[in-house]
Design a protein around this ligand. Structure first.
Ligand SMILES: [Zn+2]
Length: 557
């Protein structure tokens, strides 16, 4: 039995920032080594939400913010205001800095007497003799909830004994107050430029947790505190940051964020956060990506194939095995497929017949007697003419193979005979090259067609899919977002092609157009880009926006 996943505890952190002639500085405190969490680390002030942070009395002392507004900003139903209060309370407890208003509506600045009085109240608060409300009431202060802005959202990765669901806030550091660590939880403090803190951590001078490093990285982009606050106050939802941990190539743990390619897959195959899933793709080593579904990658890495072509094996000894995309005709890979199969291979399914996807079907069928499924190859040299399917699949056909119900979805565009196979119980779609990770799919006419491709992409929006299992790369989640991204990217490219055409008064060749339409792309990729450019032009010709004659194109005006 796996241990239960620890439920993250709600928490709040505040980044106090101030302007200097050399950019912004932020306030960091060093935690004692005597605590269970973040021993000896440099952190921003913060901590867990306390039940007292939810009291109505303290809500009435908050300036410029209601619980509805706060909850709405955080994207939760209620209780949002408590995060603002906790951030300000924890900051006061740990550093003595109080983001508050005096009774005369001025921000809290402290003369020597007031500072001493407040210091005594802070001690009583730390000893749990009074609450934060008592401190505020004693000094007739109100909480400057209008002065701190929501910045980011982090949840500690699964697999850690202590987990926090932390909202990060940013604020202008209070003027006229002097910070003093509590010498209990925190033993040191410093004002530091974000880039310098990262550098100190790199040199081993200070210890930082992963979310702190990532936060400092994003803070280092801002020139002034005002820029930072303006950014935080932009009314758009903050991306949830939940790091995940896997095993890197050197065998060491590697922490990943959502933009890393292996991130979605690790969340699926290692939900407990054991850290055993690999952060890289290794040809010849099977990976179980769903119950009774293995991925085995061929050793054909390259610019067009990424880490290599993925073959998928579905089934058990009892059901027999279906292989999706046996890959290039490498005997070593075919041997590995037969070895990895947990039962006899009975079915071979191909997503399309490009030379990196289907040619191994011939030898694999000869060695196993499996039945071949797919659509026959179009008559072009970049197509596998050895592929002769026993069963020609059709759109929305249902196949029962390897104990799984697969539905065929015909998605012409990348290739006219491209199909996806949707594993209907796992909500897992084997996409071939219809969508791939990290790069845009090449659409190469005459067999490839841009307008058809875009229409086929929209087909996926109608399906219930949790994960995409592409022909190249890791599992991808949020398929609808992935499709949207590609649609936006293609529209953006089309706009660039039209803009490039506008700069020419006379008809132009592909060679003349590519450096203009793809000036944002590395020159070594222009040869490949030419194929997609051709596809874009073909679409524009079909739409009668561009005329074509003698291998030259001209924008209609
Ligand atoms: Zn392909």
């Amino acid at each position: 039995m796996n241990p239960p996943i620890v439920v993250p505890r709600p928490a709040a952190t505040v980044i106090l920032a101030r302007d200097t002639s050399d950019g912004i500085e932020v306030f960091m405190m060093q935690r004692t080594t005597e605590v269970a969490f973040a021993k000896g680390m440099h952190v921003f002030p913060g901590g867990g939400i306390d039940p007292t942070d939810h009291h109505e009395e303290i809500a009435s002392l908050c300036v410029g913010l209601t619980d509805d507004l706060a909850s709405n900003t955080l994207g939760i139903e209620k209780g949002g205001l408590a995060y603002w209060i906790a951030a300000i309370r924890e900051c006061f407890e740990e550093s003595g800095l109080l983001l508050g208003y005096r009774h005369d509506d001025e921000l809290v600045q402290l003369n020597e007497h007031e500072a001493l009085r407040l210091s005594d109240l802070r001690t009583a608060l730390a000893e749990n003799k009074i609450t934060f409300v008592d401190v505020l009431k004693a000094e007739q202060f109100r909480v400057a909830t209008d002065k701190i802005a929501y910045f980011s959202h982090w949840i500690t990765m699964p697999g850690r004994p202590k987990r926090y669901d932390t909202r990060f806030f940013v604020a202008q550091a209070p003027v006229g107050q002097i910070a003093k660590q509590d010498d209990y939880e925190t033993v040191g403090q410093r004002w530091v430029r974000p880039a310098d803190a990262i550098e100190k951590s790199r040199l081993g001078e200070i210890d930082l947790m992963f979310p702190t490093i990532k936060t400092l990285e994003s803070l280092s982009r801002f020139a002034t505190v005002q820029d930072l606050l303006d950014h935080a106050r932009e009314p758009k939802p903050k991306q949830l940051m939940t790091p995940r941990i896997g095993t890197g190539r050197n065998g060491q743990p590697e922490i990943l964020v959502a933009s890393d390619y292996a991130y979605a897959e690790i969340g699926k195959i290692d939900p407990q956060g054991a850290g055993t899933a690999k952060t890289y793709i290794e040809p010849g080593i099977p990976v179980e990506i769903a119950p009774n579904v293995l991925r085995l990658t061929a050793a054909n890495p390259g610019m067009m194939t990424g880490p290599g072509t993925n073959s998928y094996l579905i089934g058990t000894q009892e059901t027999g095995i279906a292989v999706i995309d046996p890959g290039p005709p490498l005997t070593e890979h075919i041997d590995a497929l037969i070895k990895a199969a947990r039962g006899p291979i009975k079915w071979i399914l191909c997503t399309h017949t490009h030379l990196d996807h289907s040619p191994a079907a011939l030898e694999l069928k000869a060695r196993t007697g499996a039945t071949l499924f797919g659509m026959p190859p179009p008559p072009y040299p970049n197509q596998d003419q050895t592929f002769v399917p026993d069963v020609i699949v059709t759109h929305h056909q249902r196949l029962r193979v390897g104990g799984a119900d697969l539905r065929v979805i015909h998605v012409p565009g990348h290739a006219s005979n491209q199909v996806c196979y949707l594993h209907e119980t796992e909500h897992l779609m084997f996409t071939g090259d219809h969508l791939m990770q990290g790069s845009t799919v090449v659409i190469s006419p005459p067999d490839g067609n841009m307008a058809t491709y875009l229409a086929s992409l929209r087909l996926l929006q109608e399906e219930q899919i949790d994960f995409l299992a592409p022909g190249h790369g890791f599992l991808m989640d949020k398929p609808k977002d992935a499709v949207d991204r590609v649609l936006i990217h293609r529209q953006d490219r089309e706009n660039k092609v039209v803009a490039a055409l506008k700069t020419f008064e006379q008809p132009v060749t592909l060679e003349e157009l590519v450096p203009v339409a793809y000036k944002d792309t590395a020159e070594k990729l222009h040869k490949v880009a030419m194929r997609s450019l051709f596809a874009h032009l073909q679409k524009l010709v079909e739409e009668q926006r561009v005329s074509y004659a003698n291998d030259r194109w001209l924008l209609k005006r």
